[in-house]
Design a protein around this ligand. Structure first.
Ligand SMILES: Nc1nc2c(ncn2[C@@H]2O[C@H](COP(=O)(O)OP(=O)(O)O)[C@@H](O)[C@H]2O)c(=O)[nH]1
Ligand SMILES: [Mg+2]
Length: 310
């Protein structure tokens, strides 16, 4: 039986193996996934993002527990683009979710975004597909909301949960980072700490200022939680389900998927082009000239593209 069949048969070791292959950009594995593309299941995808230490992993673990109670099989991909080398946060993600380690209906995979040209989105997307094939639904993607990654996660997920905490500076920081723009649901975690009410007020205000686009309007719910005690988790699950219902009722789901597929095409095209360009023998020469200052970077790119026939 080939690897994909074993994954479909919910063989945990096969799933783990496939995720490793995907993470390493293994060509035969990716080709097998591509061949299965049209028949891939589309589980609900939930993104969980926010600053480091906000309690994303703890909240995810509590959410898993809640969803397991509802009979769901839950897959998790935890990506940490902020510390590709230390592995510290990845270990933290796993530690937070150990209570589910022996449950065959929960699969948690931590990955760093190192090693692939396109960063977070490309590898995480493939990992989601593997978990989809293994019958996990929903698939939760946890990422640290730093820089580009929050935009990436908004593309990966049907519903994006932004996790904030009352600790100093979070509110201002979140607004600045544009995290509010991608939130479908906001969780104010660590609501057991002072300042939760104030933060909730700030967040609601910021959400009201969001520009309304054309089409049906979704007003993101704000939920207070204490992840360590499981408080507010049912309300969070409810808010996520409401957003899901909104997407389905307004026919937005197919649009979300189409936008995602297009964004993925752009990501992969960028990755392939970058690979091709940097593998070209001309690359070495022009990069020498660029370093020496005798050729402008833009002129170098034009020359490379001409050589590649693009
Ligand atoms: N007081 C309090 N601590 C929390 C809460 N949720 C998480 N924590 C703690 O915050 C720390 C960071 O949690 P973690 O889930 O690893 O955060 P992440 O980096 O966002 O994934 C851990 O020590 C958690 O026990 C909460 O609701 N209240
Ligand atoms: Mg974490």
């Amino acid at each position: 039986m080939d690897l994909l069949d074993r994954i479909r048969a919910r063989d945990t070791r096969a799933t783990a193996r496939a995720l490793t292959l995907v993470e390493n950009g293994d060509e035969p594995m990716l080709a097998a996934l591509d061949a299965a593309h049209a028949a891939l299941p589309h589980p609900e995808r939930i993104g969980v993002t926010g600053p480091p230490g906000a309690g994303k992993s703890t909240l995810t673990s509590a959410l898993i527990k809640h969803l397991r109670g509802a009979g769901k099989r839950v897959g998790v991909v935890a990506v940490d683009p902020s510390s590709p080398f230390s592995g510290g946060a990845l270990l933290g993600d796993r530690l937070r979710m150990t209570e589910h380690a022996l449950d065959p209906d929960v699969f948690v995979r931590s990955m760093a975004s190192r090693g692939r040209f396109g960063g977070l989105a490309i590898g995480a997307h493939d990992a989601c597909d593997v978990l989809a094939l293994a019958g996990f639904d929903p698939v939760i993607v946890e990422t640290v909301g730093v820089g580009q990654s929050e935009v990436d996660i908004a593309r990966l997920a049907d519903t994006t949960v932004v996790v904030l905490t009352p600790s100093a500076g979070d509110s201002v920081q979140a607004l600045k980072a544009g995290i509010m723009e991608i939130a479908d649901v906001v969780a104010i975690n660590k609501a057991d700490q002072p300042g939760a009410a104030r933060l909730e007020e700030d967040v609601r205000e910021a959400l009201e200022l969001r520009p309304h686009g054309a089409g049906p309007h979704w007003q993101p719910p704000v939920v207070r939680s204490v992840a360590t005690k499981g408080e507010g988790v049912a309300a969070l699950a409810d808010a996520i389900a409401q957003h899901r219902a909104f997407l389905e009722a307004n026919n937005v789901m197919s649009q979300v998927r189409a936008t995602r597929a297009k964004a993925r095409l752009v990501d992969l095209a960028g990755e392939a082009l970058l690979k091709a360009v940097s593998a070209s023998p001309l690359f070495e020469r022009v990069s020498g000239q660029v370093s020496a200052g005798t050729l402008s970077p833009r002129a170098a790119v034009s020359e490379l593209l001409r050589t590649l026939g693009v």
